[in-house]
Each structure stands twice: as structure tokens, then as C-alpha cells.
Design a protein around this ligand. Structure first.
Ligand SMILES: [Zn+2]
Ligand SMILES: [Zn+2]
Length: 333
């Protein structure tokens, strides 16, 4: 017998798989946490939300509505290392003894970042400074990063999943997909029979998933993401369970096309702007994101602008030159 979800934030996806909307203090308001509770089988949680008292309560209520408690979770799968998806992984692991799994690529990059955070922060700030972020914003960004780090409890041990491997959820076989761009080792889970994709932030309705170049990312995240969009377009799932603004979306193929068009428009815009006048990525980010943004908004804007500029540079369509007096990279035609 399947218990009917008592919580309005719990959505039935298929079989024993439920999607829980967990509050996060970001503009998206909620992140999707999936709970799979097959009769007699292992209980799986996919993504864990950022660690806040509200999120802990929401997860506890969601588990409770399915007749479960923290201790019942056997396995945790994380789509990517971002704080709103990975934050509570260590807490769930500690409370339940669950095994925690991520794509191998993500363990080697994003996940390591949370463990080596103190070592990595100076490099991160230097990268931002070299691309023109003003000194006063650097301090704010350091403080903002610190606040974010406090809400993440990395797992003690994370086990690797590999692209092409299969995992069982709700009695069905799901193929592990590598969907890089928004994060280097972003994982997706695909069931062809039901035509359902567990997509995390690889594709989202309403907002364009942030694709940013940071000191620790692969060199061309936008190139990676454009390939991921092609992969999603070809896959053409009937439904996707998404990280935000979901939990379920349809029309993935059309949305993938739309996002590709959006990035190509931005690439054209960046190329024209850099050709008009040599500028730093930060100065170009003020043109591309020409609106009021808070500290983390500005950081995302700079990283996203940089992803576009570096994509163009790697294609040989833009160049960059180190400007010694200003201590910044300038992009130009
Ligand atoms: Zn994300
Ligand atoms: Zn997210």
C-alpha cells in the first residue's frame, strides 16, 4: 500500500518516487528533493537541499508523510555539488548511515571544493580580481562565500557513479547520464521506458541555469553546456524532474532549443561588445547583466559572462591581453 502524500509540497512522480519541494533562501524559493520508497527495497534520497532549519524541517515532514524518518534513508544520490543540492548530504549520512553517491567527475571537482575550501578561496578571489572585479566587491564576495560554506555539510565518504552505469529506483532501471555545463560533473538519471529524466539543474523552466567559469571548473563550461543541450534535445524526454520551478516539467526538447538560442544570442552580443571596445569580463558583465544585483548575483553575472567570453576565445573568435597597469585581462576582437 502506498501512503497518499499528506504534505502539499510532496508530488507523486511515478511508482514509489516522490518529489518534495524544500524551501531555500534563494530567489528560486524551493529545491526538489526526491524520495524513493519501494516496498521492501532501499530508500533513496536524490539531492538534499541547503542546510537551514526550514529545510531540515521540510525534509523531516516529507519523510514523515511517506512513513519514514531520517534513519530509514539507505542511499543518497547527488545531482551536483551546489550548496542547494548538496548542503545536507553529510547530515543525512550521519543520521542514517546512508551511502552517498555522485558522478565520478563531480567528486574530483565540485565535491572536493567543499573539503579544500580554505585552500581554494584565495585562488577563487584572485581569478575574480584578474577578471576585473573591484576590490570592495572582493571582500563582500569572500564574506558571502563564507556564509554559503556554513550551510554545507559535506559527506565523509562519497562513492562514484559512472556515466552509462545503471541504478534501480522504484523497481526500474535508470541510466546515469553526464550532463556538464551548469556543474562539471552534473548527473542525470534516465528511464527510457517511462521517458522520464531526473534532471537536477541541467535544464530548468523559467530560468536559464547559470553556466559559470570559476577557478576550479573545466575550461569551457559553456561549450560543455551547449553539448548537454544537444544531448537533451536528442533524448526528448516526455517529462523531467527538475531542481527548481518544478518539480516536473514537460517540453524539454523545446526548452533545450530555446536555451541554445539564448546562449547563441548572448555569444553574438559579447562578440560585438568586445569588438567595439576592449574590456574586462567584469565590465562586460555590467553590459550583459545591466540591472541591480546583490553580491552573489554579481558573482554569477561575472562567471557567466566569463564562460561566454572564454568559449569565444577558445573558438578563436575573441582574444585576451593582460593589461599590466590595471592588473586585468581585457577581451577584444
Ligand atoms: Zn545548481
Ligand atoms: Zn540548484
Amino acid at each position: 500500500m502506498t501512503a497518499e502524500p499528506a504534505s502539499p509540497l510532496l508530488t507523486h512522480v511515478l511508482g514509489d518516487l516522490h518529489a518534495l519541494q524544500v524551501p531555500i533562501p534563494y530567489p528560486m524559493k524551493y529545491v526538489t528533493v526526491l524520495i524513493d520508497r519501494p516496498a521492501g527495497g532501499p530508500v533513496t534520497m536524490i539531492d538534499t537541499a541547503l542546510d537551514t532549519p526550514e529545510a531540515r524541517q521540510a525534509i523531516e515532514d516529507g519523510l514523515g508523510a511517506l512513513g519514514l524518518h531520517w534513519a530509514d534513508v539507505d542511499r543518497v544520490i547527488i545531482t551536483h555539488h551546489h550548496p542547494d543540492h548538496y548542503g545536507l548530504a553529510g547530515v543525512v549520512e550521519e543520521r542514517s548511515g546512508a551511502s552517498v553517491h555522485m558522478l565520478d567527475v563531480e567528486i574530483g571537482r565540485g565535491e572536493r571544493y567543499w573539503h579544500l575550501w580554505e585552500e581554494w578561496l584565495p585562488g577563487h578571489l584572485k581569478h575574480m580580481r584578474d577578471h576585473g572585479l573591484p576590490a570592495e566587491s572582493l571582500n563582500d564576495m569572500g564574506a558571502d562565500n563564507r556564509r554559503g560554506r556554513e550551510r554545507v555539510h559535506p559527506a565523509a565518504r562519497v562513492q562514484p557513479l559512472r556515466e552509462g552505469q545503471h541504478v534501480t529506483l522504484s523497481g526500474l532501471e535508470w541510466e546515469v547520464l553526464w550532463l556538464p555545463g551548469h556543474a562539471d560533473g552534473h548527473l542525470g538519471l534516465w528511464n527510457e521506458q517511462q521517458s522520464v529524466l531526473i534532471a537536477g539543474d541541467a535544464i530548468l523552466p523559467r530560468i536559464s541555469p547559470n553556466v559559470g567559469l570559476y577557478a576550479y571548473t573545466r575550461p569551457d563550461p559553456l561549450g560543455d553546456y551547449l553539448q548537454t543541450l544537444g544531448k537533451l534535445e536528442a533524448l526528448n524526454p516526455a517529462r523531467a524532474v527538475v531542481g527548481h520551478h518544478g518539480p516536473v516539467m514537460e517540453g524539454v526538447q523545446a526548452r533545450a532549443r530555446e536555451l541554445r538560442g539564448h546562449h547563441h544570442e548572448r555569444l553574438d552580443f559579447m562578440k560585438a561588445e568586445a569588438a567595439r571596445e576592449a574590456r574586462s569580463a567584469y565590465d562586460l558583465s555590467l553590459v550583459m547583466f545591466n540591472r541591480e544585483l546583490n553580491v552573489s548575483g554579481r558573482r554569477f553575472a561575472l562567471a557567466e559572462t566569463l564562460a561566454h567570453l572564454e568559449h569565444l576565445r577558445l573558438l578563436g573568435q575573441l582574444y585576451r591581453t593582460w593589461n599590466e597597469p590595471r592588473g586585468v585581462w581585457l577581451y577584444h576582437a
